[in-house]
Design a protein around this ligand. Sequence first.
Ligand SMILES: Nc1c(/N=C/[C@H](O)[C@H](O)[C@H](O)COP(=O)(O)O)[nH]c(=O)[nH]c1=O
Length: 361
Amino acid sequence: MMNDVYYMNFALNLARGAAGQTSPNPVVGAVLVKDNQIIGMGAHLKAGEPHAEVHAIRMAGEKVQDSTLYVTLEPCSHYGKTPPCSDLVIKSGIKKVFVATTDPNPRVSGTGIERMKKAGIEVETGLLEEKAREVNKVFFYNIQTGLPFVTLKSAVSLDGKTATVTGDSMWITGEEARADVHQFRHEHDAILVGVNTVITDNPSLTTRLPNGGKNPIRIVLDTHLRTPEKAKIITDNEAPTWIITGSNADSDKEAAFRNAGVEIIKLNTPSISIKGILKVLAERGITSLFVEGGAEVHGSFLKERAFQQIITYIAPKLIGGKLAPASFGGAGFDTMAEVPGLHFKKVDLIGKDVRIIAEPR
Ligand SMILES: Nc1c(/N=C/[C@H](O)[C@H](O)[C@H](O)COP(=O)(O)O)[nH]c(=O)[nH]c1=O
């Protein structure tokens, strides 16, 4: 006899499977059960396509009558690109619904549940709520703030260095850790680096997972438009590239980049503020941002406390050198009292390296 937690975990795994595919929508999983048999399952796979509940109900067919639905997010009650799922649940004759967590959108939160209860369906909320919120932390943050969820990523030696004193950094972490990064690239709408990283590493910033994956939009913070015209991210046509510049950037170079299909976002201020660009990116539909550095960029995000999680890969190596760069540059803080506190959310061994996922307290 499988229990309710088992079925909701199954629905959460279905939701997680579509991570990186559904933006700007959340990931959602649904499982239909009758007489302790799974009769239907589904996940929301892409914005604009059917929701998880629709797939599960279609799979169940007429068996859906008097079944129990386990769904990781409250069934919608508004007409988006598809009709409301709460109406479909009612029409299908489902007799009980477990909802892991309610919709974070204050405008619709609880209305889907109310509608199903009014129709005589037994509804229980909160089963594995913590896990359900974690799996959609990007969506929840973006709905509630209107800003992109920001992840900072760095790869350091055990003594916190990102390169030797001569700038050599290939490689600090091993193949497994470097491959692990690509899953996060796949799951974020955009990836951001500073122009110094483009100049020193000439990265492609694309997602190379064994079975493909979605390339994030590539964003370069480049106040004075110093990005090399021959850089991979300008010439490879693998993914869109946006360069964010200050108001004094050289407009001749701008034209050359525009001709290469690069989007130039020229701010009306000479310098770049992180909070300012997050608003600009939100207006352009970016709901999640993966920041790969370098140190100056990380230092700016830290100073403005403009991040929601930090992913750090630590290699079992000691680079040393007083002048070797660390992962956070910039002015830093004068006193420990100013230093933002974090908490370690997840610690894993990835190959020979440690991966720590931390969040602001
Ligand atoms: N030097 C290291 C890293 N270095 C990361 C670089 O800053 C840059 O993001 C990479 O060169 C990415 O290149 P591409 O986009 O894959 O072509 N990143 C890592 O995780 N480990 C390291 O040892």
